[in-house]
Design a protein around this ligand. Structure first.
Ligand SMILES: [Zn+2]
Length: 404
C-alpha cells in the first residue's frame, strides 16, 4: 500500500518549490522536511546550521550495508522573471508537464528521495541495512554543504551513493572536476604615446591566456576516460582609458578536469606558465578559488547495473518532452528511449566531488534523477510522470542494493 497518493506527492513538490532557496534560505525548507519526515516516524536532524542555511540527515533501517541518497536544497536564481510564463516559485502544471524553478534541479529528485524513504519505512523496509538521506545546502555555488557533510564523517560508512541530480533516465557513473582561476597582471600607467615610461598590464596577460588556451586544449584533447579536459577564459577586464597604458588587468578561467589531466597537473601547468612570463618581466599572479577533483567510478559498478535493470520498464517511447518553449534547445544529451538508457559521464559537477572522495575505484556511485536539460533556464520543467516514476525507482534501487 502506497502511503502517498498522487496529490500528496504533488503537494510535497509544490511546497518545496515555494521555498525561495536561491543560493540561501535552505533552513526553512529543511525545517519543513524534518516536520514531514517526523510525521511518518522518521527522525531527521539539521547539521551545520548557520544564518538561514543547514544540511539535513535522516536515516531508516538498521546495521549495514548503508546506501546514501543525496540531493541539494538550493536553486539558481530564476533570472529575468519576464521570460517565465508562470511564477517560478509556484509549481504550475500544464498538460502533464510541471514548471518551476528547481523542479528539475533538483527539488523533484529530493522530494522523490523523501517520499521513497517514507514509503519504504511504512512497508517495513529495508529488511537489511540502512538508507541515509543527505540533504545539502549551497550546491550551486561552492558546494559548502557537502564539504561539511563529508568532513563530519557521514560518508565514511556509506557503501554506495545515489545523487538525484537531473539525468532523465540516463545514468551517470563519473563526473569531471572543475577549477576556477583568476589571473592578475600589474603594470604601470603612462600616456600611451610614451610607453617607455610605463608598463602595459594587458600585454603579458593576453600572451599568457593565448598560450594557456593552446596548451590546455592541445594536451587536453587526448583524454579518453571522460572526454577532453576543457579550458575556457570566461571573464576579462583591464584598463580605464583608451590613451593610457593599463596598470592592471584581470581574467578568469574555468577548467573541467579529467583523471588523466587532473587538478594537480593543472596547478603545475599554471605555475609553469605564469613563472615563464614573470621571468620575462611580467608581474602576473593567479589564485585558484575553486578546486574540485573529478570523480570516477567504473561503468559497471554495482549501482549502475541495478539502476539499468530496474529503470528499463519506465523508459517508454520518447521521454524527453520538448514543448514550444524549448524547441530551440539542442538535444545534446540524447535522452533515454524505448528501454535504452545511456550510461554517461556527467558533464557538470555535483556534491559527489566532496562526498565520493577516497573511495575505491569501483565504488557504487551513480547520478540518476528526474529532469532534462531545462535546469538553470527560464521555464524549467519536468515531465510529471517522471517525478512519480523516480519515487518508485528509488525504492526499488534501495531494496536491490541492500540485499544480504
Ligand atoms: Zn543540481
Amino acid at each position: 500500500m502506497a502511503v502517498f497518493d498522487d496529490s500528496m506527492k504533488m503537494d510535497v513538490l509544490k511546497d518545496l518549490i515555494a521555498f525561495k532557496t536561491v543560493n540561501g534560505h535552505e533552513k526553512e525548507a529543511a525545517d519543513y522536511l524534518v516536520d514531514l519526515l517526523g510525521r511518518y516516524g522518521i527522525s531527521a536532524r539539521l547539521l551545520d546550521v548557520h544564518d538561514d542555511r543547514c544540511n539535513l540527515v535522516a536515516e531508516i533501517g538498521e546495521g549495514s550495508p548503508v546506501l546514501g541518497f543525496t540531493g541539494h536544497l538550493d536553486v539558481v536564481d530564476p533570472g529575468d522573471v519576464s521570460l517565465w510564463k508562470s511564477d517560478p516559485f509556484a509549481l504550475t502544471e500544464s498538460d502533464g508537464v510541471l514548471f518551476g524553478r528547481g523542479v528539475a534541479d533538483m527539488k523533484a529528485g529530493l522530494a522523490a528521495f523523501v517520499i521513497a524513504l517514507i514509503e519504504l519505512k511504512a512497508a517495513g523496509l529495508p529488511k537489511f541495512g540502512r538508507i541515509r538521506l543527505l540533504v545539502t545546502f549551497g550546491e550551486e555555488i561552492g558546494e559548502e554543504g557537502s564539504e561539511l557533510v563529508a568532513s563530519s564523517g557521514l560518508m565514511d560508512d556509506v557503501d554506495g551513493l545515489v545523487v538525484g541530480e537531473p539525468t532523465g533516465f540516463n545514468i551517470a557513473y563519473s563526473q569531471k572536476g572543475s577549477m576556477d582561476v583568476k589571473f592578475s597582471s600589474v603594470g604601470k600607467a603612462a600616456h600611451s604615446s610614451m610607453p617607455q615610461l610605463g608598463f602595459n598590464a594587458i600585454d603579458p596577460l593576453m600572451n599568457l591566456l593565448t598560450k594557456a588556451n593552446r596548451s590546455f586544449r592541445d594536451d587536453g584533447e587526448k583524454m579518453d576516460s571522460m572526454g577532453p579536459l576543457i579550458f575556457n577564459v570566461t571573464t576579462i577586464k583591464g584598463g580605464t582609458q583608451v590613451n593610457s597604458l593599463p596598470d592592471s588587468a584581470e581574467a578568469e578561467a574555468n577548467i573541467r578536469t579529467v583523471p588523466e589531466f587532473d587538478n594537480a597537473k593543472v596547478r603545475e601547468t599554471l605555475k609553469k606558465l605564469v613563472d615563464r612570463y614573470n621571468e620575462e618581466g611580467a608581474h602576473l599572479s593567479y589564485d585558484i578559488f575553486m578546486d574540485q577533483e573529478p570523480v570516477a567510478s567504473t561503468k559497471d559498478n554495482r549501482l549502475v547495473k541495478i539502476a539499468q535493470e530496474l529503470m528499463k520498464p519506465y523508459v517508454k517511447g520518447e521521454t524527453h518532452y520538448l514543448n514550444d518553449l524549448f524547441k530551440d534547445m539542442p538535444k545534446t544529451l540524447q535522452m533515454a528511449k524505448n528501454g535504452d538508457m545511456l550510461i554517461v559521464v556527467s558533464p557538470g559537477v555535483t556534491d559527489a566531488s566532496n562526498l565520493v572522495k577516497d573511495k575505491p575505484a569501483d565504488y557504487p556511485f551513480i547520478v540518476a534523477g528526474p529532469g532534462n536539460l531545462s535546469q538553470h533556464a527560464p521555464n524549467e520543467y519536468l515531465d510529471k510522470q517522471m517525478y512519480f516514476d523516480f519515487i518508485d525507482i528509488y525504492q526499488k534501487m534501495a531494496v536491490n542494493f541492500l540485499q544480504k
